[in-house]
Every structure is written in structure tokens, then in C-alpha cells.
Write a protein that binds this ligand. Structure first.
Ligand code: PRX
Length: 665
């Protein structure tokens, strides 16, 4: 672990505080009674939250922690996630409510009610069964942000299959790793999607992922587990076809009957696997189960976003990330929300696209990431000001610490100084929001996620695991189990225990640094391990280093996350080129360009280093460990910190001199 002290120094004192407006507080879903109730009896609080779900067979036990740190919540109950998100609304007379206003990037739109989704999801469930899928089978989903992505996830849940959504920005190689690890039987994809006015192909990447990658590679054999590839026609691109394996969605799903009885599963039946970057370089398949996860997602969505029947809610995340799982698919749909689902980027075809969508659909609740807010700040407030944003009543932020300037801009320019902001801290692992203001209750400070949610116990501890006093910082931990906690890493209990539970006795270690201010409110300070947060996407230094050294030109690579005004952090790589490599361009820029493309191909565009610097050495300790702290100083153009532990202190001078001489990108 890294010492968090240096990050703490940068935190300025914040004296501004914004109380909820009385009019908002008067009608808010949550009052301070939530904290009181949870404080009196935490388990009873969660029991009541779970009872808001539709259970087929009611549960009698709330929490079984006897196999800690693997929790079992509500374990003797049975239910179905799709029944909760869809059927229940139809059954209770809400079928005509709009579930999604879908907006495609080229401008195509589609309105889908809960009844429409009900019909589609039953057909899709029958289609999956016809392809031989059943309870417990794993399905990889690699789709653009289109309604079929939501339908595919829910159809898996409906038959008890376990979905593993892989974000469309990942490469064929990353997709293959995830398919192999989960031993997926089916891949659901599309011919392509729309990105910045162009067609982005997806099916060819699936073909590449499933094929043999050749002798001597990590995948000498074709993928063994996948039996079928189910393909949605989205762009109409020409697509290579493997007879017997590939099937069109419109052939396999559309003709199916629209009646399907959900598979009633135990509360602890796995609902999905979601891969996140692991510190050892191979992604970890975190998995969540049904009853506890749905309780956490739906409950937090209702009280943090204050959802009312008339709201139009827009979460701008991709369904390929946990935010899309919990706050597009499961939480909001269980609560019967009307949502916007947008396929594209914020600046296609113009930089006001989001605000045009807010105006058009009268969006009332917007949930997005600080990196997007900072991008809009850069584009200038004149752009959002051209649109009517008066429908907005609540703003949310997630994915990385939000700097006070961005918070204030969000509040003033987008929220017209009237909308409460909820800065929500959580992780793929936590399944649902853990730290956040409650919008009608909490007086908020710009840049602070404020306090733990009712029923959630967090603390900030020092190296020895002792709680720090107010005014001090340390490591963020969660001290009691919670319903939506991950149940493990797919197929690897040992890695689950050692990653999260071995740092501090009996406490979940989040990997984040945090500070308690003088009032005890929480400020998140970013990761304290080698995880980087680039535009809210999680990457590790090791996986990018592995990718770089796999290139024949590279002898050694060291990667750091350097602060970046827009993306929060950016990937900066230091590489040493092999002396004996053939065909290496003289020009450092050309080397950098080729290596960036190599990383994109291996991991995906999201991992492409912003900067690659060709150097002759990297700084190491006497025991051979790379000193990333010093490289970060170079990447952020700061004077180099303490070099006394370096094996060869002159290395830093050599790097600086070399870069000044222009060998960098
Ligand atoms: O470092 C924290 C940061 O994002 C990490 C979790 O990433 P991921 O699992 O991809 O989930 C992102 C969406 C929930 C955390 O360890 N993070 C997330 N939200 C915040 C945050 N950092 C500060 N403030 C937040 N609101």
C-alpha cells in the first residue's frame, strides 16, 4: 500500500455548505428517520428494504455471516430479478409507463413501455432456452448501448443464467480472457454500434476473440466453451458468418412466443459477473447474487435519487459498467423509473447533444461522472445555456473524486443553483452506493461525498487499522457486511479474501484513501493501490505494463496514472526500448504511436496511454521495485521527490535530461 499523506496535503479546507431547499426536503423520499431506523437496528432496516422486492418464497433469515467473508443475505427466499424489474410493473398496472426513451446516436429514437420490455424479454428468454441455455450458464454480452443490451441482461436473469457484460470498448483479447474465465456458452453481440458518426464494428472482434490466436500465443486453441453467437442487427454492416455457431437475434428471438415463466432462484443465486482490472494483471470476475444485490440497488436508487413516478431519470453510464448494471438496469427498473438511454458520445453531432436530450425529454434527474462535467466546463457554459434545463431537479456524480470547481460549475450551470448534488462513492465490489448525501436531508460540501448511507458502516483507519480522528486521513474500510456486497471473485475464493479482507482484520479494504474533516464528513482521495482511474474507468498499471512488454521492441515498461485536468488521471508510460530489436523507428514519436496502437489492440481504446516516454532507465529501489512515485513527479512535471532509496540516484537526472533532449512523445 502507498502512503496517503502526500494526497492529504493537497486537500484545501472547504467552508461552503449547501442545505437542501425546504421545498425539496418537504417531498423527499428519505428523511433523517432513515439514519435513525438503521442506527437502532441495522439488520431490521435491511430486512424492510428487502421486503420491498417481490419474493416468490419469503425469506426468514436476514444475514448469515458464518462463512465470513462470504455473506449470505435473505438466503432462504426465492425470487427472480427480471420479475422484479419488469413483470411486477405489468402485474400491478404500470405496464403503460415508459421504461426507456432510447436515443440512438444517428438520431433514431424508440419509446419502450414496461409492457413492451415484458414482451421482448419473454421472447428473448425463450430464444435463449432454445439455444440450450439454462440456470447457472454464463452468457457474455458485448453490445452497444441499445435496448437489446438491457433486454439481454434481463432475459439471462429471467432464465437464471449469469450474465457477464463486457464493455464494447474492450479489445478482442480482453473479451476472450473474460469469456474463458467465465466459460461462457453464449456471446450476445451486434454487427456494430454508432460512435462519433461512424459505424464501430463489434462482431468481427467477437470472431477474433473466439478464434485461435496461433501457436505460441496465450490462446493457441479456438475458444472451447462458446456454442453460439447471437447477433443483433444494429448498423447493417456486412458481417462474416460461421454457420451453425452464429444466429441473428431477429431469427432466434423475434419469432418466439411472448410467454415465459421466470426461473425462481434462491436469493444467493449468482446474477452476474463483472470483470474489473486486477492488480496482478489478470481481470477479476467479481460476482453478485440476486436478493441482496437487488435490495441494495433498488433501495439506494430510491432514496439517493428521490425517484418519483413523474421523474425522467438519465444515468449516462454504459451498461457495460457496474453503474449501468445498478443504476440503469436493476435499481431504476425495479423502482419503475422512466429513463433515457443514449447510445452515443456527448459531442456527436454537436457539443450540446446531452442538453438537447435533457430539454427534449424533460429529464429531471441526471447521474454522470466528473470527467464529463470537466469536459463540458472546457467546452464552455454558453453551450448548455442554449437549452432549457429547467426540468432538472437532482444531479448525481460518480466514478472518481469530484473537484470543488467542477461541483460548483455543475450546481450553477447545469442545476441552476436549485438542484441538490449527490456525490456517490461506491465500487463494482459494493454493488450499490455506500457513501452519499441524502438529497432532502444532508447539507452538502462541494467535493465531499459526505457520510455513509443508512445501514452502511464505513470508517477511515490508519496503517494499523485503528480509526483516525476527525481532521485526519487514512484508508477507507467497510466494517460490517452489506446486502449488495460482492460474494467473491469467480472461481477464486483465495484471491477474494487476500484482495479485500487481509489488510485489516475483519474489515473490507476498499483500496481508496479518505479523510474525515473536522465535522467527520468524508472526502475521497483516490486509490492507494496501483489502480488508476481514467475518465471513471478502472485500469491497473500492471496490465498496461504487461501489454507493453509483450511488444517485441520493449525491454521494460513502467506505467503511472498522472493527474489530468479532464480525465482525472491519464496513463503515462515510460518504456525502455530493446537494444537488439529490429526495425525500431529512430523517432520517439513513431515508437510511441505504434505502442499506443498496440495497447489499444491488446486491452482496448480505454487503456491507450496518453503519453509514452522513451527512456534509458527507470528508477528502482535496491530490491528492484519500480518507484512510480518518482515517475509520477516527472509525468506531472514536478520537481523529483526523495531519491535516497534509489539503487542509482542518477537515474532520475538521466530521465529528465533525456526527455528535455526530446526523446519523449
Ligand atoms: O476510487 C474509487 C472511485 O472508483 C473506484 C471504483 O471503481 P469502479 O469499481 O469502476 O466503480 C465505479 C462506479 C461506482 C473507487 O474505488 N470512485 C467511485 N465513485 C467515487 C470514487 N471516488 C471518489 N468519489 C466518488 N464518488
Amino acid at each position: 500500500m502507498v502512503n496517503v499523506a502526500h494526497t492529504l496535503e493537497n486537500l484545501h479546507h472547504e467552508s461552503r455548505s449547501f442545505r437542501p431547499h425546504a421545498a425539496f426536503a418537504a417531498h423527499a423520499n428519505a428523511t433523517s428517520y432513515e439514519y435513525k431506523k438503521a442506527g437502532v437496528d441495522r439488520l431490521q432496516y435491511w430486512r424492510e428494504a428487502a421486503l420491498r422486492l417481490a419474493w416468490r418464497q419469503p425469506f426468514t433469515e436476514i444475514l448469515d455471516w458464518s462463512d465470513a467473508p462470504v455473506a449470505r443475505w435473505f438466503h432462504d427466499g426465492t425470487l427472480n430479478a427480471c420479475d422484479n424489474a419488469v413483470d411486477r410493473h405489468v402485474r400491478e398496472g404500470r405496464g403503460d409507463r415508459v421504461a426507456f426513451h432510447f436515443v440512438g446516436e444517428p438520431g433514431d429514437t424508440e419509446t419502450l413501455t414496461y409492457s413492451d420490455i415484458h414482451e421482448r424479454v419473454q421472447k428473448a428468454a425463450n430464444g435463449l432456452v432454445a439455444l440450450g441455455l439454462g440456470k447457472g450458464d454464463r452468457v457474455a454480452i458485448y453490445l452497444p448501448q441499445i435496448p437489446e443490451a438491457v433486454v439481454a441482461m434481463l432475459a439471462c436473469a429471467r432464465i437464471g443464467a449469469i450474465h457477464s457484460v463486457v464493455f464494447g470498448g474492450f479489445s478482442a483479447e480482453s473479451l476472450r480472457q473474460r469469456i474463458d474465465d467465465a466459460e461462457a456458452k453464449l456471446v450476445i453481440t451486434a454487427d456494430g454500434g454508432n460512435r462519433r458518426g461512424a459505424h464501430l464494428a463489434l462482431k468481427p472482434l467477437v470472431d477474433e476473440a473466439l478464434a485461435s490466436h496461433g501457436e505460441g500465443t496465450a490462446h493457441p486453441e479456438p475458444c472451447a466453451s462458446v456454442e453460439h453467437v447471437l447477433v443483433v442487427r444494429r448498423t447493417g454492416q456486412e458481417t462474416a458468418w460461421t454457420e451453425g455457431r452464429d444466429v441473428w437475434w431477429h431469427d432466434a428471438v423475434d419469432p418466439q412466443p411472448a410467454e415465459h415463466e421466470p426461473e425462481w432462484v434462491e436469493a444467493e443465486h449468482p446474477l452476474f459477473i463483472l470483470y474489473t482490472s486486477g492488480t496482478t494483471g489478470t481481470p477479476k470476475g467479481l460476482f453478485h447474487t440476486t436478493g441482496g444485490y437487488l435490495t441494495g440497488a433498488a433501495h439506494t436508487h430510491r432514496i439517493v435519487f428521490d425517484l418519483k413516478p413523474d421523474d425522467v431519470y438519465w444515468c449516462t453510464a454504459d451498461v457495460g459498467w457496474i453503474t449501468g448494471h445498478s443504476y440503469i438496469v436493476y435499481g431504476p427498473m425495479i423502482n419503475g423509473a422512466t429513463q433515457v438511454l443514449y447510445e452515443g458520445t456527448p459531442n456527436t453531432p454537436h457539443e450540446g447533444r446531452w442538453w438537447e436530450i435533457v430539454e427534449q425529454f424533460k429529464v429531471t434527474i441526471l447521474y454522470t461522472a466528473p470527467t464529463a462535467i470537466r469536459t463540458f466546463m472546457k467546452w464552455g457554459e454558453a453551450i448548455p445555456q442554449q437549452f432549457d434545463l429547467s426540468s432538472l431537479r437532482l444531479l448525481g456524480s460518480v466514478g472518481e473524486p469530484i473537484n470543488p470547481e467542477a461541483w460548483m460549475w455543475y450546481r450553477r450551470v447545469i442545476g441552476g443553483d436549485r438542484c441538490p448534488i449527490v456525490d456517490t462513492w461506491w465500487q463494482t465490489e459494493t454493488g450499490a452506493i455506500m457513501i452519499s448525501p441524502l438529497p432532502g436531508v444532508t447539507a452538502t460540501k462541494p467535493g465531499s461525498a459526505m457520510t455513509a448511507m443508512p445501514g452502511v458502516c464505513v470508517d477511515v483507519v490508519d496503517d494499523a487499522g485503528r480509526p483516525v480522528p476527525n481532521g485526519e486521513g487514512g484508508y477507507l474500510v467497510i466494517t460490517e457486511p452489506w446486502p449488495s456486497m460482492l460474494r467473491g471473485i469467480w472461481g477464486n475464493r483465495h484471491r477474494y479474501v487476500s484482495t479485500y479482507w487481509n489488510h485489516f482484520d475483519g474489515m473490507y479494504f476498499a483500496g481508496d484513501g479518505a479523510k474525515k474533516d473536522v465535522d467527520g464528513d468524508l472526502w475521497l482521495l483516490g486509490r492507494v493501490d496501483d489502480v488508476m482511474n481514467v475518465s471513471g474507468h478502472r485500469l491497473t498499471t500492471t496490465e498496461i505494463e504487461h501489454s507493453l512488454v509483450a511488444h517485441p521492441w520493449v525491454a521494460e515498461a513502467a506505467v503511472v496514472g498522472a493527474s489530468d485536468e479532464v480525465t482525472g488521471q491519464a496513463v503515462v508510460a515510460f518504456v525502455i526500448v530493446r537494444g537488439d530489436a529490429h526495425g525500431v523507428p529512430e523517432d520517439g514519436d513513431e515508437v510511441a504511436a505504434a505502442l499506443r496502437e498496440h495497447v489499444r489492440h491488446q486491452i482496448g481504446s480505454l487503456a491507450k496511454p496518453r503519453t509514452i516516454l522513451v527512456v534509458s532507465e527507470v528508477p528502482k529501489t535496491r530490491s528492484g521495485k519500480i518507484m512510480r512515485r518518482l515517475l509520477r513527479d516527472v509525468a506531472e512535471d514536478r520537481p523529483t521527490g526523495d531519491v535516497t532509496t534509489l539503487a542509482d540516484p542518477s537515474v532520475m537526472d538521466a530521465i529528465r535530461t533525456g526527455l528535455e533532449a526530446g526523446t519523449g512523445d
